[in-house]
Design a protein around this ligand. Structure first.
Ligand SMILES: Cc1cc2nc3c(=O)[nH]c(=O)nc-3n(C[C@H](O)[C@H](O)[C@H](O)COP(=O)(O)OP(=O)(O)OC[C@H]3O[C@@H](n4cnc5c(N)ncnc54)[C@H](O)[C@@H]3O)c2cc1C
Length: 416
């Protein structure tokens, strides 16, 4: 089904930008996403909710274009042979032959373990933002946002707009490193410094702590408070919700299932976004964390190359700028070793199988620990605890396996 010149998995900024470039070039495009609304993470909520003019312009071209097919609510669960994808949509299994595939699968949050992180009311920072954008009521709820990275500020802003009271933002990085990040923006990315200043202006009344670290979330049936250290001081914030995020991890599962190589935890691509497998390109956060501009630039270049068109000097310049910003982000928000102290021996690391840090620590690697403790053998298949164990113990994360997400028997029976 779906005869298209280019199949794209992921309708976030990378996939939408690629679809737009391909449609403008006259190609037939099939865009697949497990969400029902296009937008991915940063443009979550679908076209009606978008404020970014770039997203609105892209959609104006795509919607109702005769060459554009949007397979919504369709989860790609892996490959079904060398050049076909296996999808699950509406309880049905679909097999899709793809001549040219562009993977724009985005990223997941790095969620690091601390005592109380499994309590109801504790979520990832991006996770809480996604819930709020999805309609979860948070009016008058007291929220503490903690961890590291720019997503903390974006989450706090979303929560405030939805009527929540953000009690505190606790950033792990120290003031010196944050200042260097700010200077990097000032000298090389003025558009971003404007965005950052506008965000800080919206958050100016919220206590913002730097050099902080979570000690524990407290509560019996749900979170009631978060204890943090900032330098030598220890503070406890009463709250209804905790949003804790420590950065992002590229989602490489589909690319791995298709046999593409990875490098440094991301899908390996060349300067034109080609992966190691002929006929497969990758773009956006799945090739490395760098934000929306990188996703847009890479999506465009990948689509052009897939259609055998050379990118312009302007396209290459936009890509270069976005990679420079990605490098600045990576330097500025690398999770420090001191965050390992958040995880105590009794802290649960594998949330699906209830495996505590003490039973993991004696093992030499993921495979040995998995055989002995069932770590990573629950429904998430190591998507959360894999990166956590990599951070805590230095283990190479588990290789994604088919199906890349839990799937029904009908779809499973078609895996080759
Ligand atoms: C939870 C979260 C919240 C974020 N919030 C912000 C924010 O507020 N501001 C900001 O600047 N950046 C935010 N980011 C960073 C954000 O990822 C990027 O800026 C931008 O969205 C990246 O675009 P992308 O197209 O690469 O990926 P994404 O926007 O993540 O899009 C990837 C899409 O692929 C789909 N997908 C993945 N695998 C499959 C599959 N197997 N089958 C079908 N569909 C699939 C996903 O559902 C998703 O819609 C957030 C990231 C995360 C993880």
């Amino acid at each position: 089904m779906s005869a298209a010149d280019l199949h794209i998995v992921g309708a976030g900024p990378a996939g939408l930008s690629a679809a737009h470039s391909a449609i403008v070039a006259g190609a037939r495009v099939c865009l697949i996403d497990n969400d029902h609304a296009a937008g991915g993470q940063v443009w979550r909520g679908g076209p009606a909710a978008w404020t970014d003019p770039r997203a609105r312009d892209i959609w104006k071209t795509l919607q109702a274009h005769p060459n554009f097919t949007h397979l919504r609510g369709a989860q790609v669960i892996g490959s079904a042979g060398a050049d076909s994808l296996l999808l699950e949509a509406g309880g049905q299994a679909l097999r899709l032959d793809v001549a040219r595939l562009l993977v724009c699968s985005g990223a997941r949050e790095l969620f690091l373990p601390f005592p109380g992180w499994t309590l109801p009311g504790v979520t990832g920072a991006g996770g809480l933002q996604a819930l709020i954008k999805g309609g979860m009521p948070v009016a008058d709820k007291r929220i503490v946002v903690a961890g590291s990275g720019p997503l903390l500020l974006a989450t706090a802003a979303t929560a405030i707009e939805a009527g929540a009271k953000v009690v505190a933002i606790v950033e792990h990085q120290g003031l010196a490193r944050l200042s260097r990040f700010g200077l990097g923006l000032l000298f090389r990315h003025q558009d971003k410094i404007r965005q950052a200043l506008a965000l800080f202006a919206r958050l100016r009344k919220i206590p913002y702590f730097t050099g902080g670290r979570i000690v524990e979330a407290r509560g019996l049936d749900a979170v009631r408070s978060l204890v943090v250290t900032t330098g030598r001081a220890r503070q406890e914030f009463a709250c209804d919700l905790v949003a804790a995020g420590f950065g992002l991890v590229p989602d490489i599962d589909l690319a791995c299932a298709m046999g593409c190589e990875t490098a440094g935890g991301a899908i390996a691509v060349d300067a034109l976004q080609k992966t190691s497998r002929p006929g497969i390109w990758a773009a956006g956060e799945c090739t490395g964390i760098g934000g929306v501009d990188k996703a847009i630039a890479e999506g465009r270049i990948a689509a052009l190359d897939a259609l055998e068109t050379s990118p312009s000097a302007q396209d290459r310049a936009a890509l270069g700028r976005s990679h420079d910003f990605a490098a600045l982000l990576a330097r500025s928000f690398v999770p420090g070793d001191s965050l390992k102290a958040m995880c105590r021996p009794e802290t649960i690391v594998c949330r699906c199988e209830d495996v505590a840090a003490a039973s993991l620590a004696p093992h030499r690697g993921w495979r040995e620990a998995k055989l002995a403790t069932r770590v990573g053998m629950g429904p998430c298949q190591g998507k959360t605890c894999g990166p956590a164990c990599q951070f805590l113990f230095g283990w190479a994360p588990p290789a994604p396996r088919m199906p890349i997400v839990p799937a029904g028997a009908r779809a499973l029976s078609q895996i080759e």
